[in-house]
Design a protein around this ligand. Structure first.
Ligand SMILES: [Zn+2]
Length: 379
């Protein structure tokens, strides 16, 4: 594994996980236009660790930014029918995420057709970001403010957090993906969105209309939805929605308050469930009522180790699994259910500590064992 890539480093490892164990597919070469090129080829590889496919052995982000600044070819609006349909489709997706009062920043906006369309829909809190001075000047004459700079300088320029970041056809061009996502997450509001479009690696084969279209000078990251999700998750952003469009991944990611949102939310929910379990037996804790616990599985084990459940006056445990009979938990015997008939246990409350067998256990105690002790199911 290599250390984290930076703005000034050439790419020689996976831009997603930084692993340098790579499988080589093709060395791709092209002739450069004199004084207008940035490199004459790269190696198409996949990462052996995470599976990301990308162009390796390419110059640093700082040189790529310089190339886009001087040789932008995105200063005219692509008006092919498929491109027009694509942009109209994206407008509909974006308006599902935000309303006209939200702030939107379009990074790598090019000609700015999306921003112009959004303004026509009534959105007025819009900022354009592009390395082309011509694009920003053109948008300014149409009343849309812009920043003529690289994505990588937005933090330094003091750009505030926005409700929506637009990254349409941008991420496939970025050398320093980690650096880019770090800045993007910083300028996205909590619970705000990043709207992303990239060519879909899984559709390269079926969408091929000329040789090596996707291995162009500028396309250096080849995403499928898995690698895209992986990339955003590393920066605390989860997949909110994905739309279906030919040959292109169109997706929205939401910035969550947690770095690992799924796990954090799961832990919170589970702890709330445990607190409910403990609340159901709190009166026994106060009174130190002698009682029995039916079920020695994970729920009981977790409650004993992590909550005031361990301070209950537990006389013994009962479980249907005969492999546990004769053993002890928390210093008390684990008995077979038949033992509940013993005179010693008459009238003693029985806590039912099971995830899925509560009703079966209670029916067994009442209808098979014919005892009338109070039953207290935890779940
Ligand atoms: Zn990797």
């Amino acid at each position: 594994m290599r250390s984290k890539k930076s703005y000034n480093d050439i790419r020689s490892a996976c831009p997603l996980c930084e692993c340098d164990d790579l499988t080589h597919y093709k060395t791709h070469r092209f002739s450069m236009i004199e004084d207008a090129g940035v490199y004459d080829g790269y190696d198409v590889v996949s990462c052996d660790l995470c599976g990301m496919m990308f162009a390796n052995n390419i110059p640093s982000q700082i040189r790529i930014d310089d190339y886009y600044h001087h040789f932008s070819k995105y200063e005219v609006c692509n008006t092919t029918p498929i491109q027009s349909e694509y942009r109209s489709f994206c407008i509909e997706c974006i308006t599902e995420l935000v309303d006209i009062n939200h702030s939107i920043i379009d990074i790598g906006c090019g000609y700015g057709d999306i921003l112009r369309k959004l303004r026509n829909r009534g959105f007025n809190n819009l900022i354009a970001v592009d390395t082309s001075a011509g694009n920003i000047a053109s948008l300014a004459t149409n009343g849309i403010n812009g920043i003529n700079n690289s994505l990588f300088n937005l933090e330094t320029l003091g750009v505030k957090e926005h409700d929506l970041i637009i990254l349409m056809a941008v991420l496939e061009h970025i050398v320093d993906l980690s650096g880019a996502l770090d800045i993007i997450s910083k300028i996205t509001k909590e619970n705000g969105f990043v709207f992303v479009t990239v060519p879909d690696l899984l559709k390269f084969q079926t969408s091929a209309d000329f040789p090596f279209r996707e291995f162009s000078v500028e396309h250096i990251n080849y995403f499928d939805i898995s690698s895209l999700v992986h990339l955003f998750l590393r920066y605390g952003m989860v997949l909110e929605k994905q739309w279906s469009f030919p040959d292109t991944i169109i997706a929205a990611f939401r910035k969550t308050p947690h770095v690992k949102p799924y796990i954090a939310d799961y832990i919170k929910k589970s702890e709330e469930q445990l607190a409910n379990c403990v609340a159901k037996v709190s009166r026994f804790l106060t009174n130190q009522t002698p009682l029995l616990v039916f079920g020695v599985g994970m729920l009981t084990q977790y409650l004993l180790a992590n909550t005031t459940f361990s301070s209950l006056n537990i006389v013994g445990f009962v479980d249907s699994n005969s492999n546990y009979h004769g053993k002890q938990l928390f210093g008390k015997d684990i008995m077979s259910p038949d033992c509940l008939r013993k005179e010693t246990y008459i009238g003693m409350p029985i806590i039912i500590s099971s995830y899925v067998h509560n009703e079966q256990i209670m029916a067994y105690i009442e209808k098979e064992l014919h005892i009338e002790n109070e039953l207290v199911p935890l779940l």
